[in-house]
Design a protein around this ligand. Structure first.
Ligand SMILES: Nc1nc2c(ncn2[C@@H]2O[C@H](COP(=O)(O)OP(=O)(O)OP(=O)(O)O)[C@@H](O)[C@H]2O)c(=O)[nH]1
Ligand SMILES: [Mg+2]
Length: 598
C-alpha cells in the first residue's frame, strides 16, 4: 500500500518533471521546425514551465533538508560503529600416510592456515566513511589436508578509511559493542547440563580421526592435551585483553617503510605493500595430528580446530583536516565564497534559501608566488539553478547569448581591465604550474541561534571542523544587523566546545555589492555599517591565543571582489598554524629521544 503523501507524491512529481521536460523539448523542436519567431504565448508557456520546475526543485530540497533534520545531526559527523572479526584459523587435519606397501604410514595431517588479519589503511582518496562496511569479516584460513599439506593462510583484509579518521575501540561495558566469539559460545551453552557442555566445548576444540572419537576421549593423553589447550585459550584471551583499547588518530598517510622501497627492483617483482594499522588479529590455524606424536602414542588420531580471530567493535569518526573552515548563518554566502576562492571547482550548491548546504564540503585554494591563482577576481558565481538555466538557454552571465562575438567582447573587456589576471585565468584547469602554496577550505551548513538545542540542522557538523587550523566567520553585510550574527555565531561555537571561538581569525563581511548602490547617502550609511561591524569585532569578539583581534574584510563572493585580500590573510593563518604544528611535533620527537638517553 502506498503511504499517503510519500511515494505517490514522488511519482507525481517525477511524471510532472518528465512531462515538463517533454513539453519543453517538443516546444523547442516545434519552433525550430517551422522556424517561427517566438510568440508572447510561447514565451509565457516557457516561463510557466520554468516556474513549475523551480517549484519541483524547491520541494525536492525541502524534502532533503527535512530528512537531514530528522537524522538529528547523526550523519554530520560522519561517524560509524564498525564490528570487526578477524578471520578464524583453519582446522588441523588428522590423517595417516598411505602408500603402496606402506599400510600403516605415519601421521600426516597438515596444519590449518592462519585467519585473515584486519588492517585500517588511511587514504586521501576517500572523503567519507560511507564505503566502510559496518561488519568487517576476515576470511578464514584454509583447513589442513592429508600428506602434510598445510592450509593456506588467508590474505590480510585491508579496509581503506579517509585521512582524518579517529578510531576508538568500544570498551567491554559499552552497549554499542557486539559480543565476541567467546561470549557468543558461552551463550549457546546456557541451559545445557554439564555433560553436554563439556561435549560441546571439546567439539569446538578437537578434530577426531573418523570413528575414533570415543576412543580418544578415554585416553589420558587426550585429557592432558585438552587441559593444555584450555590454558592456551585463556592465555590468548588475556594477552588480547592486556593489549588495551585501540585509539588511533589516522591523520597521516602510511608510508611504505624505507627499507622496503627498492628503486632497482626487477620488473615483475611484487611491490612492497603498505597494509596500514593492525586492528584485529586472525586466529591461529589448528594443529595437524603429527603434533601429537609421542613415545607412548605412535598413531595420534586427534587434531585441533583453528582459533577464533579477534572480534572487536570500533567507533570511527571522521574529522576533516581542513586548514580553514567557514562558519556562518544560512544564506550568508559561504558556498558562494568557497566556490569563488576555489575558482568554481567546489560544486557546492548555491541557492537563496536557508540550509542549502547539508554536509561539510572541502575544496583546495591554490596560491602562486604572486598570490591567489585558483580563481579569477571579478568572476561571477550565481545561484546554481540560475547558472543551470542560463546554460540551458545558452546565455552568458551578462544575459547575452554566448557566441564567438560575445566571447570576443568579454575577453577584450577583461584584457582592458587587467592583463595580469587574465594570464592567470588562462591557466589550465588542473595545472599546478606556478603554484607555490595550497591550503584546504571547508564549506559548512548554516549555524543558527539555539543550534545547540538542535534547532535548524543542529551543530553536530562542527565536530568535523574541530581540528581546522583557523575558523572564518562569514556574515551578510546587507542584513539588518551583522553584529548580531557575529554574536550568535560565537555563542554557538562556544556552546559546542568551550573556547572553540578562539580559533576564529577573520570576519568576512559578504554581499558588500548590495550596499551603497542608491547614491552618496547610502554609500555613507554602508561605510558606517562596516565600521560598526569592525568595532564590534574588535571590542566584543575577544582575541585569539596570542591576543590578536579578528581581521574584518568586506567582500562580494558573488562577484569575486576582494578575494586576493582574503586569500592573503588566510595564507598567513595557515602558515602560522603549520609552523606551530611542526614545532610541536619537533618537541614531541625530542622528548621521546630524551626518554631513551642515559
Ligand atoms: N548580491 C550578492 N549575493 C550573494 C553574495 N554571496 C552570496 N549571495 C547570494 O546569497 C544567497 C545564498 O548564498 P549561498 O552561498 O547558498 O549561502 P550559504 O551561506 O552557503 O547558505 P546555506 O548553505 O543555506 O547555509 C544566494 O542567493 C547567493 O546568490 C554576494 O556577494 N552578493
Ligand atoms: Mg551553502
Amino acid at each position: 500500500m502506498l503511504r499517503p503523501g510519500c511515494t505517490r507524491n514522488l511519482r507525481l512529481r517525477r511524471s510532472q518533471l518528465t512531462a515538463l521536460r517533454c513539453r519543453k523539448f517538443s516546444s523547442l523542436s516545434d519552433t525550430e521546425s517551422v522556424n517561427e519567431e517566438p510568440t508572447i504565448a510561447s514565451y509565457n508557456a516557457q516561463e510557466e514551465d520554468r516556474y513549475n520546475m523551480e517549484q519541483v526543485d524547491f520541494m525536492r530540497r525541502r524534502r532533503q533538508t527535512d530528512a537531514k533534520r530528522r537524522q538529528g545531526g547523526e550523519t554530520f559527523m560522519d561517524q560509524r560503529i564498525v564490528h570487526v572479526r578477524g578471520g578464524a584459523g583453519g582446522d588441523g587435519c588428522a590423517s595417516f600416510h598411505r602408500e603402496k606397501w606402506v599400510p600403516k604410514g605415519p601421521p600426516s595431517g597438515g596444519d590449518g592456515g592462519e585467519g585473515s588479519y584486519i588492517y585500517l589503511l588511511p587514504t586521501q582518496h576517500l572523503t567519507t566513511l560511507s564505503s566502510v562496511p559496518r561488519i568487517i569479516k576476515g576470511a578464514s584460513g584454509g583447513p589442513g589436508g592429508g600428506t602434510w599439506r598445510n592450509g593456506k593462510d588467508a590474505p590480510p583484509t585491508i579496509v581503506r578509511v579517509p585521512l582524518g579518521t579517529v578510531v576508538k575501540q568500544l570498551s567491554h561495558d559499552d552497549p554499542r559493542r557486539a559480543k565476541d566469539a567467546f561470549e557468543r559460545f558461552q551463550e549457546s551453552l546456557e541451559g545445557l547440563d554439564e555433560e553436554e557442555r563439556v561435549d560441546r566445548i571439546r567439539k569446538r576444540r578437537w578434530v577426531h580421526y573418523p570413528g575414533f572419537e570415543d576412543d580418544n576421549l578415554q585416553r589420558e593423553a587426550f585429557q592432558e592435551a585438552d587441559k593444555m589447550l584450555k590454558m592456551e585459550e585463556r592465555a590468548l584471551a588475556n594477552r588480547r585483553q592486556r593489549r588495551g583499547l585501540i585509539h588511533l588518530d589516522l591523520d597521516r598517510a602510511v608510508d611504505t617503510p624505507e627499507t622496503e622501497k627498492d628503486p632497482d627492483a626487477p620488473l615483475g617483482r611484487p611491490r612492497a605493500k603498505t597494509w596500514g594499522y593492525l586492528i584485529a588479529e586472525g586466529g591461529a590455524g589448528g594443529m595437524g595430528n603429527p603434533h601429537f606424536l609421542s613415545k607412548t602414542n605412535r598413531s595420534p588420531k586427534i587434531a585441533t580446530r583453528g582459533q577464533d580471530g579477534e572480534w572487536i567493535s570500533l567507533e570511527l569518526e571522521l574529522k576533516i583536516l581542513a586548514d580553514v573552515a567557514m562558519v556562518g548563518m544560512p544564506n550568508a554566502g559561504k558556498s558562494t565564497l568557497v566556490r569563488a576562492l576555489t575558482g568554481g571547482r567546489v560544486k557546492s550548491e548555491i541557492a537563496g534559501f536557508a540550509f542549502t548546504t547539508l554536509n561539510p564540503i572541502m575544496g583546495v585554494v591554490r596560491v602562486g608566488p604572486d598570490g591567489w591563482i585558483s580563481g579569477e577576481e571579478g568572476a561571477i558565481y550565481d545561484e546554481t539553478a540560475l547558472e543551470g538555466n542560463r546554460l540551458r538557454d545558452g546565455m552568458g552571465v551578462h544575459g547575452y547569448v554566448d557566441g564567438e562575438e560575445a566571447d570576443d567582447e568579454a575577453v577584450a573587456a577583461r584584457d582592458d581591465s587587467s592583463g595580469e589576471e587574465n594570464t592567470q585565468s588562462r591557466l589550465p584547469h588542473d595545472s599546478t604550474i606556478g603554484e607555490s602554496f595550497r591550503f584546504t577550505i571547508t564549506d559548512n551548513p548554516g549555524l543558527i541561534e539555539h543550534a545547540a538545542e538542535n534547532k535548524g540542522l543542529g551543530h553536530m557538523f562542527l565536530r568535523s571542523i574541530e581540528r581546522s587550523h583557523a575558523l572564518v566567520y562569514v556574515v551578510d553585510l546587507a542584513s539588518p544587523d551583522p553584529c548580531e550574527e557575529l554574536r550568535i555565531l560565537r555563542e554557538e561555537l562556544d556552546k559546542y566546545r568551550e573556547g572553540m571561538s578562539g580559533k576564529a581569525r577573520m570576519v568576512i563581511a559578504n554581499k558588500a555589492d548590495l550596499l551603497g548602490q542608491g547614491g552618496e547617502q547610502e554609500a555613507e550609511e554602508a561605510k558606517r555599517k562596516f565600521v560598526r561591524l569592525e568595532e564590534y569585532a574588535k571590542t566584543e569578539m575577544g582575541t585569539d591565543a596570542r591576543g590578536r583581534t579578528l581581521d574584518v574584510v568586506p567582500v562580494s563572493a558573488k562577484y569575486s571582489m576582494n578575494m586576493r585580500k582574503v586569500v592573503g590573510l588566510m595564507v598567513g593563518y595557515v602558515e602560522e598554524a603549520r609552523r606551530q604544528v611542526a614545532l610541536q611535533e619537533g618537541e614531541e620527537n625530542t622528548s621521546t629521544l630524551n626518554d631513551y638517553s642515559y
